[in-house]
Write a protein that binds this ligand. Structure first.
Ligand code: CP
Length: 304
């Protein structure tokens, strides 16, 4: 469609095409010509380093005109709603808005409220994170050359993670086997649709990809925050050198970032030979170029 909000409604072939396009950008392919001067507004209502910077780089590489809103100094601070903020940038002439916001499925609300410009979801609350899923797929494809039959273990905050929601659906569709480990109180029943809960020290032996998830202190409610113990988490769920010894020789670590070094994963492993964490960040540029290309072509703003 004209937006990029959630990858879960794409079929396998469409996902493969997106991965192939991201791979071709990674190999240096130049983008197709634009049919007009396309203006993109970046609105990040939640903090970001990777996603915002790699969208900016992707927009630059595609030749788009880029407008980065400083929301801390914007009229959002005077109480303007997300829909009115988007209608404002649309009125001023923006064609696309790349938005990260804490409300789950914020895009449904703004569409109901009449926002018309093309929307790209850079993360909605505990909803989904489609551009993260694309860069995760690109990283896995580069490493293993395939998806079907790989085992992915996701470790940590399974209940608040938009990365888990987003990745689990698409990974299963592509034939990857999923297991999940982490504090039982953060187990999310919906994940039974995609894989099973395992003990970390068991699951880690079969995994091709060990994906650590950030402990999201900002999304814990008061009860969760008061019962959370860093020491318990570290002893049961941190991926450390002893646990890494249980892994297959070919297995890799991933983490969407930002990493709480020493909590989800031992710090030296972040920089070690099995880590693809910084590769994921690099791939974020190519993955976002691919997603933006689809939006540009769907709106007839770029040659097919
Ligand atoms: N992985 C990710 O979304 O990182 P940022 O929050 O820094 O964008």
């Amino acid at each position: 469609g004209k937006d990029c909000l959630d990858l879960s409604n794409l079929d396998k072939q469409e996902i493969f095409e997106l991965v192939a396009l991201a791979e071709s950008y990674e190999k240096g392919q130049k983008p197709k010509a634009l049919k007009k001067d396309v203006k993109v507004a970046n609105l990040f209502f939640e903090n970001s380093t990777r996603t915002v910077t790699s969208f900016q780089m992707a927009e630059h590489n595609l030749g788009l005109s880029r407008f980065d809103l400083n929301l801390a100094a914007s009229s959002v601070k005077k109480g303007e709603t997300l829909s009115d903020t988007l209608k404002t940038v649309e009125s001023i002439g923006m064609d696309i808005a790349v938005v990260r916001h804490s409300e789950d499925a914020w895009f449904n609300t703004v569409k109901q409220e009449g926002v018309k410009l093309a929307l790209v979801n850079a993360g909605d609350g505990a909803g989904v994170h489609p551009s993260q899923t694309m860069l995760d797929l690109l990283t896995i494809k580069q490493e293993f050359g395939k998806f079907d039959g790989l085992n992915v273990l996701m470790v940590g905050d399974l209940s608040h993670s938009r990365v888990v929601n987003s990745d689990a659906h698409v990974f299963k569709k592509l034939g990857m086997g999923l297991t999940f480990a982490g504090p039982k109180e953060w187990w999310n029943e919906d994940l039974n649709n995609y894989g099973r809960y395992v003990e970390l020290d068991e699951g880690i032996k079969d995994a091709d990809v060990v994906m650590c998830l950030r402990v999201q202190n900002e999304r814990l409610d008061d009860k969760e925050a008061s019962s959370f113990s860093v020491d318990d988490y570290v002893s049961h769920y941190r991926v450390d050198e002893a646990r890494a010894k249980l892994m297959k020789d070919s297995a890799i670590f991933m983490h969407p970032g930002p990493v709480n070094r020493g909590i989800e994963i031992e710090s030296k492993l972040v920089d070690g030979p099995r880590s693809r964490i910084f590769k994921q960040m690099k791939n974020g540029v190519f993955a976002r170029m691919a997603l933006l290309t689809k939006v540009l072509q769907a709106n007839d703003w770029m040659e097919d």
